[in-house]
Structure formats: structure tokens, C-alpha cells
Design a protein around this ligand. Structure first.
Ligand code: DGL
Length: 273
């Protein structure tokens, strides 16, 4: 039993897809979220910069003495997770392995699509994980750099003309390859799920990395005896590295409750190296 909080971070809003699932699966747990809204997006940056940002993110969350940290960011999970694990004793959970496990289980044909940020696609991390779990699987991968800015600006709903056009162009070559499963390899993308589902068609199963990661973390914490025995609902706090207003409005809309009073701004550059 362990009543310390769970830390969760992303470059911005995307990690809320994991928070929503974590809150549903483990309502008694206390969650501390950090969204690096002052520096989003991470996906087009160099490996060195992503590692530097991620070190600061982990250092900030570590100040809450968490029992675990969820790296709810595909870009950091694919690019910096092994480095971070070598530097911190706190258990760090990323999104790649749970998503690859789900894709390996769900695909019938072995032909799997993958969309993610430039850094994620460049890393080849999802392909490596899937090759172990489902030898011979073929991955059709595409970087989608415009999707994170669309989501951060609240332009993710079906019918939004810009989002529709961008998603149609990115997904066309993946649809042509007739994949039966599509990994949404960035935690921002599940916000676009209804729109992506419509473009891929009902024959394609979508893997939501935030949801899969949350299920994995719940199982891991239970297995390691680290669940809270708190009665009632755990507190949720949100921290960002830029103005709180836009984040609070979009987060409240996505989570379905007003979280405005729980959002604070911090100076992330004051943490870590
Ligand atoms: N949610 C992050 C991810 O999963 C977005 C990265 C970015 O900021 O570009 O990759």
C-alpha cells in the first residue's frame, strides 16, 4: 500500500488522455500532472533537447515524492525513457510497450499503421517493440507534425475544416496500405479519435496510447503492492509552464469537469539540469 501521488507529464494537453483513464481506473489515487505548455511541441526538436526538457519534467514531478511517474508523451517515451530510467530510482512508465502489446493482440493481418511526431517516428521504438511481440509484423509509419498544434489550439473536433483536411492528407497513404490496426503513437492524437476513425473506416482498430498506458500502470501498481488505500477520490493537481487560462479551458472541456482552480503555472527551467 502506498498513498504517495502518481506523477504524469507531457509536453502539453496530450497526457490528459492518460489522466482521464487513470482517474477512471484508480479514482482513489492522487495525481500530479505537468504539461510543458511553454515549450510544446517537443516532437520536432532534437534528441538532446527532448532529453533536457524531460529531465526537468521528471525533476519537477519528483519534488512531490511520487511513487511512480507516467511519461504520458510518445515523444519522450520513444526518445528519452531509457536515459531517464538510468538517472532516477522512481519507477517510470512510458507509452510504447503497452501500445505495442495492444497492437500485437489486436492485429489479425500483422499490418499495423503508426502515426506519431517526427522524433517518435525517427526513433523506431514502436517498430522495435512490436517486432518482439509479433515477429513479422509490418509497420506503416508516418510523422504527423501538424496534429499536436491543432489539438493544443482546440481544433480537434469532427467537422473542423482544417483538422479534417490535415488528417485526410496524413492518413491517405496509411489507408492505401490496408492496415487493420492503427497505433495513435502520440498521446495528443486520441483527442482526434472520432475524426481519425471516420477517415480510417470501421475495419481499422485504433490503439489509444494514453488509455493503454493507464491500464498498464494500474496493473503494474497493483502487482507491486503500490496502490493507495485512500477512501474517496484522490486529489488531482495540474501544473503548466505558461499561462494557465487556455490549458484550464481545454482541459476542463476534455475531462468533463471544471479544473480551472487546480491549475498553476511554474517555472520549469528552475528544475533539473
Ligand atoms: N503528446 C506528445 C507525444 O505523445 C506530443 C509531443 C509534442 O509535443 O510534439 O508525442
Amino acid at each position: 500500500m502506498d498513498n504517495r501521488p502518481i506523477g504524469v507529464f507531457d509536453s502539453g494537453l496530450g497526457g490528459l488522455t492518460a489522466v482521464r483513464a487513470l482517474a477512471r481506473l484508480m479514482p482513489e489515487e492522487e495525481l500530479v500532472y505537468f504539461g510543458d505548455t511553454g515549450r510544446v511541441p517537443y516532437g520536432g526538436r532534437s534528441r538532446e533537447t527532448i532529453i533536457r526538457y524531460a529531465r526537468q519534467d521528471v525533476a519537477f514531478l519528483s519534488s512531490f515524492q511520487p511513487k511512480a511517474i507516467v511519461v504520458a508523451c510518445g515523444t519522450v517515451s520513444t526518445t528519452a525513457l531509457e536515459v531517464l530510467r538510468g538517472e532516477w530510482a522512481v519507477p517510470l512508465f512510458g507509452v510504447v510497450e503497452p501500445a505495442a502489446r495492444a497492437a500485437a493482440r489486436l492485429t489479425r493481418s500483422g499490418k499495423v499503421g503508426l502515426i506519431g511526431t517526427q522524433a517518435t517516428i525517427r526513433s523506431g521504438a514502436y517498430e522495435r517493440a512490436l517486432a518482439v511481440l509479433r515477429p513479422g509484423a509490418q509497420v506503416v509509419a508516418r510523422a504527423c507534425p501538424l496534429l499536436v498544434p491543432l489539438v493544443e489550439n482546440g481544433r480537434y473536433r469532427p467537422g473542423d475544416p482544417v483538422a479534417e483536411a490535415v488528417v485526410a492528407e496524413y492518413l491517405a497513404p496509411i489507408r492505401e496500405q490496408e492496415v487493420d490496426t492503427l497505433m495513435l503513437g502520440c498521446t495528443h492524437y486520441p483527442l482526434l479519435k472520432p475524426l481519425i476513425a471516420r477517415h480510417m473506416g470501421p475495419q481499422v482498430t485504433l490503439v489509444d496510447v494514453g488509455e493503454q498506458c493507464a491500464q498498464w500502470v494500474a496493473g503494474q501498481l497493483t502487482g507491486r503492492g503500490l496502490r493507495s488505500d485512500r477512501e474517496g477520490v484522490g486529489r488531482h493537481r495540474y501544473f503548466v509552464s505558461d499561462d494557465t487560462g487556455d490549458f484550464a479551458a481545454l482541459a476542463s472541456a476534455f475531462l468533463g469537469e471544471d479544473v480551472g482552480a487546480q491549475v498553476e503555472e511554474i517555472d520549469i527551467t528552475a528544475y533539473g539540469s
